[in-house]
Design a binder for this molecule. Structure first.
Ligand SMILES: Nc1ncnc2c1ncn2[C@@H]1O[C@H](COP(=O)(O)OP(=O)(O)OP(=O)(O)O)[C@@H](O)[C@H]1O
Ligand SMILES: [Mg+2]
Length: 443
């Protein structure tokens, strides 16, 4: 709250995000009521069993990896926000999905608020997404947008992007937080009232937030984040919020000239450029939703005279790395004091589960003693503060995936299950694992 007009919010430092509100009614108590009569036509409570189970009728988007992240497809009447940095492929994904839906007879309307219809047609041609059932209109005015929906009654509505839509009846300039919120709120109401599956594209601001400071997250049903390195073809799709399913699934795409393609074998892709017998490199299997994924954890240990050596973690949790370095030192006698430590997950994946602990610790140890871990070895397990190793969920499935990709040896905790065609080396502690991997200093 601010007692006077301010152009910029002192808390979130966003321009134009403050809106004037009167609290005269609250102060006088005039709005307080204990008895009221429902006006005619208002919604009445019903038994929950009498409610239409719309969730059961999810509609596939025709894009396998998008369906995977959505838990099967789009729920009618749901609102999904797709965010990502410029050039990530948001418009591409949207157009491919709409093209496919339209071809299957679903009435689709794409409102391009950023590009001309000609530009969108060119893209649709490149992606093979042309279809008579897909209507496009270039418009930025919210009242017009609602009129287009009223006139055409689409089943799926897509707006690219929500930042460029303008509501003349709300305060603020186009793209300002108050405008974005007002427009999104009206579109959500439209979606719920008419059961229109709605897809909104949102920009990511410089500090990485979706469409302003987490502005729309509460309003929409699902928030998807599109990530990747602009200079590489790999794109990753995560659900940050999903009211109809898990947020654990990871969608993987390859960006080609003719559009986004599902990555058929992600483990193979992540290990494609691995240098065999390299020091500081250890392969582990993580679980991304329902799918085990093989990734390479890399570490570099570089001596430094600096009093505060660097600890850098990319794709891994920095706190977890510090913890593992402390356990390595205190429980396994391997100290990296006086050296910078860099650890990363190759391929740009983000790993935030304990299953990669042992692999990270062994990668650091391998870099430190300058000896490689055998390249046919996969390492799976959590490291406890006492230096003990623990099993992580679904280790069997992770190992089977490793076996499929040609790994023949696994290092893990004592409870690691048997897997066909693989030698399992069971270790109770981190020290034992270091010995099993041939990484004990001075050996
Ligand atoms: N002719 C082309 N051949 C190959 N790839 C292309 C071609 N045109 C575009 N791309 C790819 O598509 C990407 C842009 O996709 P798209 O327009 O869907 O991104 P966006 O996320 O909507 O970006 P913005 O936020 O700027 O609207 C480019 O970064 C490039 O990788
Ligand atoms: Mg775009």
């Amino acid at each position: 709250m601010s007692p006077r007009w301010l152009g910029r919010c002192p808390e979130c430092e966003e321009w134009g995000s403050l809106v004037e509100e009167s609290d005269a009614t609250a102060a006088s108590g005039a709005g307080v009521r204990t008895v009221a009569v429902l006006p005619a036509g208002a919604e009445r409570p019903v038994p929950i069993t009498a409610v239409d189970p719309v969730g059961a009728t999810v509609r596939s988007t025709g894009i396998g990896e998008l369906d995977r992240v959505l838990g099967g497809g789009l729920v009618p009447g749901s609102v999904t926000l797709i965010g990502g940095e410029p050039g990530m492929g948001k418009s591409t994904l949207l157009l491919q999905a709409l093209g496919d839906l339209a071809r299957r007879g679903v009435r689709c309307l794409l409102v391009c608020a950023e590009e001309s219809c000609e530009q969108v047609r060119l893209r649709a041609q490149r992606l093979g997404a042309l279809s008579d059932g897909l209507l496009v209109v270039a418009d930025t005015m919210l009242p017009n947008l609602i009129a287009h929906v009223t006139e055409n009654e689409p089943q799926v509505l897509a707006v690219d992007s929500i930042q460029t839509v303008f509501d003349p009846e709300s305060p603020g300039t186009p793209g300002s937080p108050s405008q974005v919120r007002a427009c999104a709120q009206q579109l959500v109401r439209l979606a719920k009232d008419r059961s229109i599956t709605t897809l909104l594209v949102g920009h990511v601001t410089k500090d990485g937030n979706l469409a302003g400071p987490r502005l729309l997250e509460h309003i929409v049903d699902t928030v998807l984040q599109f990530e990747g390195d602009r200079h590489h073809a790999l794109r990753m799709l995560h659900a940050l919020k999903h009211r109809f399913g898990s947020t654990q699934e990871l969608g993987l795409f390859e960006m080609r000239e003719s559009g986004l393609f599902d990555v058929a074998d992600p483990s193979e892709l992540f290990l494609a450029d691995r240098r065999l017998e390299a020091t500081g490199s250890v392969v582990t299997a993580v679980l991304e939703g329902a799918r085990p994924l093989l990734v390479e954890v890399q570490a570099l240990v570089a001596p430094t005279p600096a009093p505060m050596p660097r600890r850098s973690a990319q794709g891994l949790d920095a706190g977890r790395l510090s913890l593992l370095l402390a356990v390595l030192e205190q429980r396994a006698g391997l100290s990296v004091v006086g050296a910078d430590v860099y650890a990363s997950v190759a391929g740009g994946v983000r790993v935030n589960e304990a299953g990669a602990d042992l692999a990270t610790a062994l990668a650091v140890a391998s870099a430190h003693v300058d000896r490689p871990v055998a390249s046919d070895t996969v390492v799976i397990g959590e490291v406890g503060l006492g230096g003990e190793l623990r099993q992580v969920q679904q280790t069997g499935r992770r190992l089977s995936e490793a076996a499929r990709l040609g790994f023949r040896r696994a290092i893990g905790p004592p409870s690691t299950p048997e897997v066909e065609s693989m030698v399992i080396v069971r270790c109770a502690t981190l020290s034992e694992a270091l010995a099993a991997a041939g990484l004990v200093p001075g050996d």
